[in-house]
Design a protein around this ligand. Structure first.
Ligand SMILES: [Fe+2]
Length: 186
């Protein structure tokens, strides 16, 4: 199940735990983050390419493109047997911001966004069917775990939206990583 925990940024051990999707959406909306549950009704084979995934969700994707004027859509897919999984995981594992607003929809699998909008950290475990937006400029990091397994549709305004500005903070090290978080809350 999707799960949100909210912590003071200097006290990782103190947590408000929210499991109800409607309450998750309300809490995230307070910090400008859109959260929706979509039905992920399509099953894909591990070899399914980007075009197949996008075609399956074309109607919903077009709705988002109209609503937010996105110009780019792609699919990122990672499996536990990916040879560069450690390298790919480390890419966004430290706190950073992006200049562009982005939306992700989890078609399959799981990933955790850690959002640091103010003096709190929001840990959002996203699962299949979750749509989340990351506003431009919000401090955050992302963990896919030691054995990543997810497929996400990503929408953004420009391909440059993926450029990360790292804050240089080590806050990510003070919070449970993907595997620790799952072990704690499973
Ligand atoms: Fe990011």
């Amino acid at each position: 199940m999707s799960l949100l925990t909210i912590h003071p940024d200097h006290r990782p051990e103190q947590a408000e735990v929210i499991r109800d999707p409607e309450q998750i959406a309300e809490k995230l909306w307070e910090i400008g983050v859109l959260f929706e549950r979509w039905s992920a009704e399509h099953e894909f084979s591990p070899e399914a390419d980007q075009e197949t995934v996008i075609a399956a969700y074309r109607t919903s994707i077009d709705r988002l493109i109209d609503r937010y004027e996105f110009h780019s859509v792609d699919v990122v897919s990672l499996r536990p047997d990916h040879p560069q999984k450690a390298e790919l995981r480390s890419k966004f594992l430290s706190e950073h911001t992006h200049g562009e607003f982005e939306v992700r929809f989890f078609v399959e699998g799981k990933g955790i966004f850690y959002l640091h909008p103010d003096d709190r950290v929001y840990i959002m475990l996203c699962e299949q069917g979750d749509l989340i937006s990351i506003p431009a400029g919000i401090r955050h990091w992302f963990d896919m775990g030691e054995n990543p397994n997810f497929k996400c549709i990503r929408l953004f305004s420009t391909p440059d939206g993926w450029v990360a500005s790292f804050t240089g903070e080590t806050i990510a090290d003070q919070f449970p990583n993907f595997d620790q978080f799952l072990a704690r809350h499973a």
